[in-house]
Design a protein around this ligand. Structure first.
Ligand SMILES: [Zn+2]
Length: 86
């Protein structure tokens, strides 16, 4: 059954989509979650840059980790859409 889902992005933008494929919906949820975590990590990195170097190093490592997670989630969504034609 098609499902209307609303995705909110940190910028305030949102997307409403009809989801016909359950797995694609799951992968899109994971991607939105990962990009939201990345956005928060980048904000923390910016704050840490204003404070001190040790906090900046930790924030930089965390931001890089969340960037990789978001990229993996984006790739999984892309590969599923390509192979499943959805
Ligand atoms: Zn699919």
């Amino acid at each position: 059954m098609p499902l209307l889902k609303t995705y909110n992005f940190g910028s305030g933008a949102f997307v409403k989509r009809l989801m016909f494929c359950e797995e694609k919906g799951r992968l899109l949820d994971a991607y939105v979650t990962a990009t939201d975590r990345q956005l928060k990590a980048v904000k923390s990195l910016s704050d840490a840059a204003k404070d001190n170097r040790p906090a900046f190093g930790e924030a930089l490592a965390h931001a890089e980790h969340t960037r990789q997670d978001a990229e993996e989630a984006r790739l999984a969504l892309h590969l599923h859409s390509k192979t499943h034609a959805c």
